[in-house]
Design a protein. Structure first.
Length: 249
């Protein structure tokens, strides 16, 4: 995935302006439920910040903190135990991402199984799968652009049209996954690609819940400008909020 400039775009600018500096970690009063966003070598520059901005804009009031190997908060069973939600942003390839994240797999699985909420965007969706990944889905993931009759074949930054709750919507896309779920899994399919394959789903895992999406509903205007793409009228952050709120419900 293309490396993006930190805190680009309108949504990120609001966050930075509210905090006064781009390196701050917490985004809300300490009495709000905690959401952890991974920031580190498995995430592309700007991806964690875009997810944090999305979480900050959800109806559920959340206190957002970054976690990772170089953050004040480490990604551990103890830090997860203090959170209601953990978000895995987009990043590079699945193999590279898994090399960085496999050390955390047992803690993440245990936390979600006990009632935690996992939200994964693009690479975060791939990592929710099993080959390789955290094994949080009733099935696995696959590469949408390699699927039969896919309307997008390039690995470059582009857009894709999905049916989100029955309405056609265009989202930022860069080699995101489709989700191959076992029949009878009880998954809540929020969106499908034009092939009919799930593009965004929410599933149960133990006592917890997992929400994953192949495209990038968290992408702000800066992403589109950087890739020289036209941003959909009205944006798409409502879809990201839908994913998060459905996972939290």
């Amino acid at each position: 995935m293309r490396r993006r400039t930190l805190l680009i775009g309108a949504g990120a600018a609001v966050v930075a302006g509210g905090l006064g500096w781009a390196g701050a970690t917490a985004f809300a009063p300490a009495d709000r439920p905690l959401a952890l966003v991974y920031r580190g070598p498995a995430a592309c520059d700007g991806c964690a910040e875009a997810v944090a901005a999305l979480l900050r804009a959800t109806t559920t009031p959340l206190r957002v903190e970054y976690c990772g190997p170089d953050e004040a908060t480490s990604l551990t069973a103890a830090s997860l135990g203090k959170a209601v939600l953990y978000a895995q942003p987009g990043g590079g390839t699945l193999d590279d991402g898994w090399r960085q994240m496999r050390r955390y797999a047992e803690d993440i699985r245990g936390w979600v199984s006990a009632g935690g909420r996992y939200v994964g965007f693009c690479l975060g969706g791939y990592l929710a799968g099993a080959t390789p990944g955290f094994g949080l889905l009733p099935g696995d993931t696959d590469q949408y652009i390699a699927s039969r009759a896919a309307s997008v074949r390039t690995t470059k930054d582009t857009v894709v049209t999905v049916s989100w709750r029955g309405r056609d919507r265009t989202l930022y896309f860069q080699d995101g996954p489709e989700f191959r779920l076992r029949p009878g899994s009880g998954a809540n399919v929020l969106a499908t690609y034009d092939t009919g394959a799930p593009a965004a789903v929410v599933v149960a895992y133990g006592k917890g819940r997992v929400g994953v999406v192949g495209p990038h509903p968290e992408a702000d205007a800066g992403w589109y400008r950087s890739a020289r793409l036209a941003m959909p009228d009205g944006g798409q952050d409502d879809l990201g909020r839908d994913l998060v709120e459905t996972t939290l419900a």
